[in-house]
Design a protein around this ligand. Sequence first.
Ligand SMILES: [Mg+2]
Length: 258
Amino acid sequence: MDEKLKNVKCFLLDMDGTVYLGDNLIDGAVDAVKRMNERCRALFLTNNSSAAPSDYVCKLRKMGFTVKDDDVFTSGNATIEYLHAHYPRKRVFLFGNDKLFAQFKAGGINLTEEDPDLAVVGFDTTFNYDRLTKLCDFIREGVPYITTHGDINCPTAHGYKPDVGSFIALIEKSTGVSPLLICGKPFSPIAESIQRVLGLNKHEIAMVGDRISTDMQFAINNGFVSVLVLTGEGTVEEAEKAGQKIDVVLKSIADWDK
Ligand SMILES: [Mg+2]
């Protein structure tokens, strides 16, 4: 095993491209995650705030992973943590779908439809025009906003869906106001939230993923051990081109302790 992995107490796992490809499990991934959990902790990580952790738990279980709700951390979880730490008891207008509303309510966030202190923009895949107008009205009136993540598009089996990064562009055009911050990968709020939840130092956390611009940049930005797997999009050449120094490169997650 690589020296840098010996101190790791939690592996953050990207999903698509790292433990599965679409609906196909990556060979040896179930056993690799089991070995991680025997030695320390594995936490599945996603920027998608349109789904609940339980949705991912369902998919992962069907594929054979042993996983509980708190083994999945979404940008929705990160945003809730961030709000408790930096905006305790503030009144929040949420732009998100039903699942994100349920998560925020269960997470003890004080949601309001009128006179908010802050707006949160999540990946709302169900919004209508009135809701978007209401959000932009609040922002134009001076209500600051943060977003769960900043991905421009969300990949699907049939192409791309516009994601929160595209919503931000629209809001900025309409209101002239940029978000105070973006919680998800590769930015630091989600990293701070994870550290708080786990109670670990940076060098005790490794990010395992296939994307250079998100997963590896996230690890590098936040001082986590970077572990690139070559089962998805990213390549070593691409990392070198981007000037990144990856700590560990693995052909597959199955090889992490070999
Ligand atoms: Mg990926």
